[in-house]
Design a protein around this ligand. Structure first.
Ligand code: PLP
Length: 469
């Protein structure tokens, strides 16, 4: 009875909740003043979720075509997740991992991650977000070169349009102007190289192989300009995510890795999106033949039921850290919540679901149908420049003119209007920065009906934004 009463009270206070929120909270990527004053509408109060669907407090059911922020890989509302979290919280919600303390779920999860990771991975350092895990990677890389007596080998190469997070260091790595402007993200130790997007980056007539050669030449030129003895690491997402869902051109990763090896530059694979099944493999590096020295994971590690990330450390870095340890003393890095037992329990339960339901294999099997559905429905539209994707990631990029690849004027806000129109129809998509790009990354559990719904609602959205085309 008390639950019913609570629910009724919650529903009855929705308007107040909106007001409370607007007057209390700063939201990521939300206009501050207009939102706060209620001019943009909202907030959207999301109340519950089940499978690939969420429900708002005012009773709208929406298919979540972006799995939250491509993180709810196993879908919403899993009772086994709630049970695992409750059981651990009841037994031991928290203890720290400093000075050699651990808990059963943390130890087991670290082992489990290493079992799934490439063979050269040796240890796992837990954090809470993709951003803090990338910060950890940079500190590890700097520490490694200090131990090796190479105090100048410190710069990190990231890529234009790469996304690595929003902490001070991670936003510096992120190759997007708006993450830097206004925030003084320190640019000193970070360099950005060419984004491997053939559609926009290739010169006229240049095929994929030619474009890969250009990306490699650009990287070589950057290294030559800066000096390999000043560059510690290269960080990249196996499939570029927030920058536009861009699968690499064939042969890109092996060619890039060869350059890095020649110059003794470590490779950090940012697998925050790709890790744990999104592209039909355990990790994106498995799909593209990369052998990273360090791997960053978050999102799909717990399917976002609780926050958890990890910096996975490979043999090359681990062996140096380990050998220097007697001389250096305890590893001086960590967070109160590193290896949080309840978050680790969520991670284990999530990986159990993934294994029990063969979700990674399922993505590999379903991906051809998923990709073909987008190609068939949208590639021929006069305002579609490119349909691209891999695994269960897909993007449609819109242009004003296909032949000249002329973009729409920014003021037309085509991407935002398309995602708003899809939302009207009950489908959540993501309008990605850097052009008019609609992104799709649903929970890995969607079925054919859900896919049909996504395609139909996207078609209707396009028809409403481009009437008569
Ligand atoms: N790295 C990548 C590739 C991401 O996509 C993200 C988030 O979208 C991050 C890092 C940052 O993760 P978080 O938002 O958990 O800090």
């Amino acid at each position: 009875a008390s639950t019913l009463q609570e629910t009724t009270e919650r529903a009855g206070s929705n308007r107040d909740l909106g007001l409370i929120d607007r007057k209390s909270m700063i939201h990521p990527f939300t206009p501050l003043r207009t939102f706060s004053d209620g001019e943009t509408g909202g907030p959207v109060v999301v109340d519950r979720g089940s499978g690939a669907w969420i429900e708002t407090a005012d009773g709208r059911r929406l298919l979540d075509g972006f799995a939250g922020l491509y993180c709810v890989n196993i879908g919403y509302g899993r009772p086994e997740m709630a049970e695992a979290i409750a059981a651990q919280a009841g037994k031991l919600a928290y203890y720290h991992a400093y000075a050699g303390h651990t808990s059963e779920p943390a130890a087991l999860l670290a082992e489990r991650i290493l079992e799934m990771a490439p063979a050269n991975m040796r240890r796992v350092f837990f954090g809470l977000s993709g951003s803090d895990a990338n910060d950890t990677q940079v500190k590890l890389v700097w520490f490694y070169n200090n131990i090796l007596g190479r105090p100048t080998k410190k710069k990190i190469i990231a890529r234009e349009r790469g996304y690595h997070g929003a902490t001070v260091m991670a936003s510096s790595l992120t190759g997007m102007r708006f993450y830097h402007e206004g925030f003084d993200a320190p640019s000193g130790p970070v360099l950005h190289t060419t984004v491997p997007h053939h559609y926009w980056g290739a010169e006229p007539g240049m095929d994929e192989a030619g474009f890969v050669a250009k990306c490699v030449a650009d990287l070589e030129a950057l290294i030559a300009r800066e000096g390999a003895d000043t560059i510690a690491a290269f960080i990249g997402e196996p499939v570029l995510g927030t920058g536009g869902l861009i699968p690499p051109p064939a042969g890109y990763w092996p060619a890039i890795q060869a350059v890095l090896r020649r110059h003794d530059i470590l490779l950090i694979a940012d697998e925050v999106v790709c890790g744990f099944g999104r592209v039909g493999h355990n990790f994106g590096c498995d799909a593209y033949g990369i052998e990273p020295d360090l791997i960053t994971v978050a999102k799909g590690l717990t399917s976002a039921y609780l926050p958890l990330s990890a910096a996975i450390v490979g043999e090359r870095v681990w062996s140096v850290l380990e050998q220097s340890s007697d001389a250096r003393g305890p590893f001086a890095h960590g967070y109160t919540y590193s290896a949080h037992p309840t978050c680790a329990a969520a991670g284990l339960a999530n990986l159990d679901v993934i294994a029990r339901e063969n979700l990674i294999e399922r993505v590999a099997e379903f991906a051809p149908q998923f990709q073909a559905a987008f190609q068939d429905a949208f590639a021929g539209h006069p305002h579609v420049g490119e349909v691209r994707g891999t695994g269960m990631l897909a993007a449609i990029e819109f242009v004003a003119d296909r032949d000249s690849k002329r973009r729409f004027d920014l003021s037309e806000k085509i991407g935002a209007r398309l995602s708003a129109a899809a939302l009207e129809g009950g489908l959540i998509t993501r309008s990605m920065p850097h052009g008019d790009i609609l992104g799709f990354a649903p929970p890995l559990v969607i079925d054919t009906n859900d896919l049909d719904f996504m395609i139909e609602k996207t078609k209707s959205a396009i028809a409403s934004v481009f009437p008569g085309v």
